[in-house]
Design a protein around this ligand. Sequence first.
Ligand code: UDX
Length: 466
Amino acid sequence: MKIAVIGSGYVGLVAAACFCELGHDVTCVDNDAGKLKLLREGQVPIHEEFLPELIARHHRTRLHFSGNLAEVVHASTAVFIAVGTPSKENGEADLSYVESVARELSQAINGYKVIITKSTVPVYTSKWIRQVLLLNGASSNDFDVVSNPEFLREGKAITDFLFPDRIVIGVTEERAVRVMDEIYAPLSTGAYYLAADSIPAPTHFKGPAQVIYTSAASAELIKHAANAFLAMKISFINAVANLCEAVNADIEDVCKGLGSDSRIGPRFLRAGIGYGGSCFPKDVAAFRSVARNYGCEFGLLEEVERINSGQRARFMRKVRSALWTLKGKKLGVLGISYKCGTDDVRESPAVSIIHELLAEGAEVKAFDPAATGRARQIFGSQVTFANDAYEVADNSDALLILTDWEEFSELDLNVIREKLNYPIVIDGRNLYNRQKMSKAGLVYHSIGRPSVDLERLAAASPGLAC
Ligand code: UDX
């Protein structure tokens, strides 16, 4: 099928590459000339597993890039809208880009098209898109609007797309259902998984996805509710972790007990410095606004946000209580991106903690396997950037772990201890076990677990200084 994807940001580019993988002909439309030039040269502007391979595989054969929306829409049966929906000051999603694409589409339609929203949008956006098209002269015979939300995690976006838990399609018109069925047939029938060169399946994959057909409004709510629920799960476990600290319990053990209840499940129960990224903070705020606008105050989500921002403040208290005053202290920071596997620093808890450390007069040296370039744009010369974790530890008064990169969980702790000025590690992602830290002679503070504190360590090994 000929598919147009409007917007070549995160969602647009991943969706375009994956639709090519399913055998469709795809053209990505973008109005950013610089980005188009890069994409046409075959460059990949985002850090995402398997994306470079897929772009290289399909570039110029099935995958094309264009700045001419009308021309691409003329040639396509399905048009996916994947433009940004940033947050406004009041938490609502800014839908002006979606509206302007809808206006352009009304002029470009030249026969039946299925117009599909991939961007995360509030309930009734599909209805509004339809109205904008009609008000701007498009005939109702010539289009249907579908909500088809994505559930992609950054860093795992390609496998999430090609091996989904479910595919949600919000539309009731038969003719649009047929087009959507055809687009996703390789996934719903499982044909894609039989191809010799398909992307490897993730370990938890249980077979072809369930396709859920529903109304556009329900599909839009599914997306917001899913993200809000996951954010709630994280805030819930963080609140329990805080209680663990108060009563000397261990959040890891509590999670094992909780997550083994199949009704709860073990995923998204990792306590830490809170969630970040371009989705959860924005979508929780947007979902709250949607609920409020329709007269359903959703106070639970306010609490989810409060707990989440509280985690950063609690982490700062841990740093102060391990080091006393921060002015002039040399702090080594591991991790800047909002989670492992991505160079994305948007709403990263690590970034906000580094800002606070700097505001209190600490000197910060940091390393991130992927996000250093983006971090330089934020912090400039305020932060020193190192080339690896050991360089960060070297001559630092303490080591702070802020992102859950796997390589940070496999450090040679004896080398870390030798390099640090004081043997102190404060771990915002619970990457280490206490016994290991204690054995390496490191004071260790983490989230929701008893600490290896200085007194205990000093009692076990009187010559403590590094
Ligand atoms: C999320 C959703 O998972 C995805 O379905 C949606 O399409 C977009 O938003 P993403 O933001 O890429 O994806 O990352 P995710 O892996 O969900 O993590 C979000 C944040 O929660 C990260 O900051 C992560 O560190 C944090 N997190 C996640 C926890 O603190 N604990 C957990 O147990 C899981």
